[in-house]
Ligand binder design. Structure first.
Ligand code: C5P
Length: 217
């Protein structure tokens, strides 16, 4: 039997976590788990049902009747694929708001731990190395300057035909950094045993290569 290993990737919004994690998963033939997509899916459900994120009872009720899973890399919310719906600037902000709700984190962290239990995975998010997979074999903290991250996201949105100015994207990134780093529950921070990888000025292949070196594959 081959040994199971887990790779935890954390870092701020737009550092390239999902692009890198996806590519590394493909190279290593292991599953990729995008935990941000799970917070986005909850944000999408809360907003489409018109639930007030501050209404604890309504949020708890929604969580009880919510199912989230990945099938061949696609995210399913209650049996519907929501890959596209969760990738809007509004859902980025909704996810950031929802991720501050204790009951939401509790449910998603439990699901994520289950996903990393029986097979090798690469999981990305904000609290993977510090909380979800504290004993992961490999931990990487991916960063880049706020300006570089905003620039990358800006180009990505432009390609999708979404109209947002660079300044608005930068402001959005800064706001999410602030939310993620200052929230009470599992704030974003580098785990003491994580290797920091600054991707400013590096291209995707270079970063993937560095990660493969770190995990020794
Ligand atoms: O990674 P992504 O930008 O898709 O994540 C959306 C939001 O979900 C983040 O801004 C963050 O607030 C939240 N998140 C989190 N913990 C994770 C993954 C994402 O709080 N493990």
């Amino acid at each position: 039997m081959t040994e199971i290993y887990r790779i935890a990737i954390d870092g701020p919004s737009g550092a390239g976590k999902s692009t890198i994690a996806k590519a590394v998963a493909k190279k290593l033939g292991i599953d990729y788990i995008d935990t941000g997509a799970m917070y986005r899916a909850i944000g999408y459900k809360i907003s489409s049902e018109g639930i007030d994120p501050k209404d604890e009872a309504a949020v708890n009720d929604m969580l009880e009747r919510t199912q989230i899973d990945f099938r061949q890399g696609d995210i399913f919310l209650d049996e519907t694929c929501v890959n596209e719906e969760i990738r809007t600037p509004e859902m980025s902000m909704m996810a950031s708001v929802c991720s501050q709700i204790p009951a939401v984190r509790e449910k998603l962290v439990q699901l994520q731990r289950g996903m990393g239990e029986r097979k090798s995975v690469i999981m990305d998010g904000r609290d993977i190395g510090t909380n979800v997979l504290k004993d992961a074999e490999y931990k990487i903290y991916l960063t880049a300057s706020a300006e570089e991250r905003a620039h990358r996201r800006f180009l990505e949105l432009q390609q999708k035909g979404e109209e947002q100015s660079y300044e608005a994207v930068l402001e959005d990134i800064r706001q999410r950094d602030h939310n993620d780093m200052t929230r009470e529950l599992n704030p974003l921070r580098k785990a003491d045993d994580a290797i920091e990888l600054d991707t400013t000025g590096l291209d995707i292949d270079q970063v993937v290569q560095r990660v493969l070196e770190i995990v020794g594959k």
